[in-house]
Design a binder for this molecule. Structure first.
Ligand SMILES: C[S@@+](CC[C@H](N)C(=O)[O-])C[C@H]1O[C@@H](n2cnc3c(N)ncnc32)[C@H](O)[C@@H]1O
Length: 186
């Protein structure tokens, strides 16, 4: 994997992240470099995504999306927080790539689905609220035939994965404390 340079707000960059459990910070969630984002960026860097159309959900700093763009993918990075997206654009340019951005809330996904189909969905640490389980189960197959989801074992991941495995083929590998699930959404 090459090097990815990411600017982030100072108060978020100072959060310690070497304990067994990640912090639930006061800083906005989008501004933290979560372990799942790093793990998924590594997964992406090890893959061949050149020429693919990729969408990232709940991107925050969008390390996976920017890594995909570095690998030659055409990337749309989305988050419900437009502050996050402003920094994604800057960080993409800092790494010498372009990443398109769009404000998308999973509770209102029709405009995003209309921009599809994509080849691949990326999502890191997006299963920390129960509402996301049903929203993402419904949204993912509307977007692409495949999704890669990284999560550190927060409680809503369990019901999500239970239902995902009943519907789709799910292959899981560990990257440190993070599980990366590759889901064939057929
Ligand atoms: C824990 S952070 C993870 C950020 C990034 N993916 C990472 O791993 O570093 C969760 C992200 O999901 C976004 N998010 C949460 N609920 C969302 C929703 N309903 N629709 C869109 N984005 C959402 C937040 O704004 C935040 O950027």
């Amino acid at each position: 994997m090459g090097t990815l340079q990411l600017l982030q707000p100072e108060e978020s960059a100072e959060l310690p992240d070497d304990g067994p459990v990640e912090w639930a910070p006061v800083a906005p969630y989008w501004s933290v470099l979560w372990r799942s984002g790093v793990a998924l960026a590594r997964e992406v860097s090890d893959a061949r995504l050149a020429g693919l159309r990729v969408v990232e959900l709940g991107c925050g700093l969008a390390a996976p999306g920017i890594a995909a763009a570095l690998g030659g993918a055409r990337v749309l990075a989305t988050d419900m927080d437009d502050e996050a997206l402003e920094l994604v654009g800057r960080n993409a340019r800092l790494n010498g790539v372009e990443v398109e951005t769009a404000v998308v809330d999973w509770s209102e996904p029709d405009a995003l689905a209309a921009r599809g189909p994509f080849d691949l969905v990326l999502a890191a640490d997006v299963l920390y609220e129960r509402a996301a389980v049903a929203q993402l189960l419904a949204l993912l197959p509307r977007l692409a035939p495949e999704a890669w989801l990284a999560e550190p074992g927060r409680p809503p991941a369990e019901p999500f994965l239970e239902r995902a495995r009943m519907r789709w083929r799910v292959q899981t590998r560990r990257r440190g404390v993070v599980s990366v699930h590759r889901m064939q959404l057929g």
